[in-house]
Structures are given as C-alpha cells and as structure tokens.
Design a protein around this ligand. Structure first.
Ligand code: G
Ligand code: G
Ligand code: MN
Ligand code: NA
Length: 254
C-alpha cells in the first residue's frame, strides 16, 4: 500500500527517467534504433526497475499516465538526439497489456503526435507475444489504428508466447524480437540454436524484420549473423543508459 502511494506521487513528482538501449545493425555496424526503458528514481537515488513497478502500475491504472510520459519523452528525446548527433534513429517503446486495452493509449498517441513534433514513422511500439492472443479482434483494431498513424510494431519476447501463425498475420507487425532466453545459451544448446534459426527463417518468409535481444558475447553475435540475423541488441554493445550518457556514446560510435 505504501509503495502504491509512492508510485502515485512519483507520477506527479516527475521521478521517472527514460533510459535508452541501442540496437545495432551488425552488417553496417550502425546503431539504427533505441529501445526506451523506464526507470523510477526514488528520492535517495534508489533506482527501481520497471519489472518491479509495472505490475503495480497496471493494477492501479497508473500505467496510463506512466505510458503517456514515456511516449512523450521518447518523442522529445528523439529530436534532441537527432539534433545533437545527426543520427535519425527509430525509438521503440514497450507497451503493457492494460495499456493496450485502454482507449487512452490511442488518444494519447494522437495527442502526442499532434503536439510534440514527433515523427510517427520513427516510432515503434513493442508488444509482447502473449498480449496479442487476448481479445484478438479488439487488439487488431487498436494496432491497425496505431499503424495507420505511422508507428511500427514489433513483437517482444518472441518465442515465449503461443501465437499461431494464422493470428500473427492478422496483426500489422513489422518486427519479431527473439526473446533473450533463446539467445543466452545459443552457442552451447543445439535446441536453442535451432529455435533461433527457425524464428529467423520464419521472419524472412513472412517479410518481417528480426532482432535478437540480450546478446552479450561476440560468439553469440557471430552465430546470429551466420544464421541471418543482423539486428542485435544487448550488453555486448550497450546497456540501457540515460540521455546524458547516450549522446556522447552515439557521437563516439565508430
Ligand atoms: O530494462 P529492463 O529492466 O528495463 O526492463 C524490465 C521490463 O520492464 C521489461 O520487460 C520491459 O519491457 C519493461 N519495461 C521497460 N520500460 C517500460 C515501459 O516504459 N513501459 C512498459 N509497459 N514496460 C516497460
Ligand atoms: O521484456 P523486454 O525485452 O522489453 O526487456 C528488455 C530487458 O532486457 C530490459 O530489462 C533490459 O535492460 C534487459 N537487457 C537488455 N540487454 C540485455 C542483455 O544483454 N543481457 C541481459 N541480461 N539483459 C538485457
Ligand atoms: Mn522490449
Ligand atoms: Na523482450
């Protein structure tokens, strides 16, 4: 109960900070995108992971305000990054189940696009695979509207849910993000390697982009490249970082 009060106050007291993790195209060596990952900076400099507070934010409905803050901040920061580094990057934003079900999401995106100078074609939402299978018709309708605004859509944590291919093609999806759990042991576990290869091949056959997340070693990235996946995100390249670290990082990249 105490944490709920603190989370409520965090919204009005501006205690959230958006970190960004680069995504690298290893064919060109370029950073092409960033994933926005929120952090809660509690007074006293304690950093709370979203894994800890997003579930509570969903329960209490605070996720709507937090989500709006993240989308708006990402749009504004994207412009700053472009101005300061000359790099015109795509920013992806995680959306949770409750957010996707509430009509405010679409309304907020429309408002932000109209007022923040946001370029929708440079924005992407990440939706988990399991969220797609709840209330399919309503979700398709919402995602179609978001896609029509220009936002790209990717399926996060791909491989951990249970989406059927028949459903997958109903959604206006651009990208599959292979879940970190398959990447972790890819160099040692033949079954994981086969699963990853299957997802990569399937993405290509469906005309989708594929991103591997949680890449921590050169061996993993080399294996992914051989398997045909060149878009990579993980500690090997960069951890999520605040804007004031990100800008020099981007300037120094290659
Ligand atoms: O960086 P990591 O610890 O940040 O993220 C933990 C989890 O929190 C991940 O599943 C991630 O998708 C989720 N997450 C991070 N930022 C956001 C956000 O802004 N909104 C939502 N809904 N989830 C987020
Ligand atoms: O659920 P989602 O894929 O949005 O969450 C991404 C999470 O993975 C975040 O918590 C982010 O900080 C974390 N992450 C990103 N890259 C790596 C990595 O290379 N290794 C590990 N262990 N975690 C990572
Ligand atoms: Mn994600
Ligand atoms: Na993920």
């Amino acid at each position: 109960l105490k944490i709920e009060t603190a989370l409520r106050q965090a919204v009005t007291r501006d205690e959230f900070v958006v970190f960004y993790q680069p995504k690298v195209d290893i064919k060109s060596g370029r950073i092409y995108g960033l994933e926005a990952l929120i952090r809660w900076m509690r007074p006293g400099n304690e950093i709370v992971s979203p894994a800890e507070f997003i579930p509570l934010a969903e329960e209490t409905g605070l996720i709507i305000d937090i989500g709006r803050y993240v989308i708006e901040t990402a749009c504004i920061n994207r412009k700053t990054i472009n101005d300061e580094t000359g790099q015109d990057l795509i920013i992806s934003i995680n959306v949770s189940g409750r957010q996707l079900k509430e009509p405010e999401l679409l309304k907020d995106i429309k408002d932000i696009v109209a007022t923040s100078g946001c370029i929708p074609e440079k924005m992407e939402l990440e939706i988990t695979e399991s969220m797609l299978m709840e209330d399919v018709e309503a979700t398709v309708a919402t995602l179609d509207e978001i896609a029509a605004l220009g936002f790209a859509l990717s399926i996060d944590d791909f491989g951990t849910g249970y989406s059927s291919l028949a459903y997958l093609k109903k959604f206006p999806i651009n990208t599959l993000k292979i879940d970190r759990s398959f990447i972790m042991d890819i160099t040692d576990d033949k079954e994981d390697a086969r699963i990853v290869q299957t997802i990569i091949d399937m993405s290509k056959n469906l005309g989708l982009e594929v991103v591997a997340e949680g890449v921590e070693t050169i061996e993993q990235s080399q294996m992914l490249k051989k398997a045909g996946c060149t878009k990579i995100q993980g500690y090997l390249y960069a951890k999520p970082m605040p804007l004031d670290e990100l800008i020099p990082f981007l300037k120094n990249w290659k």
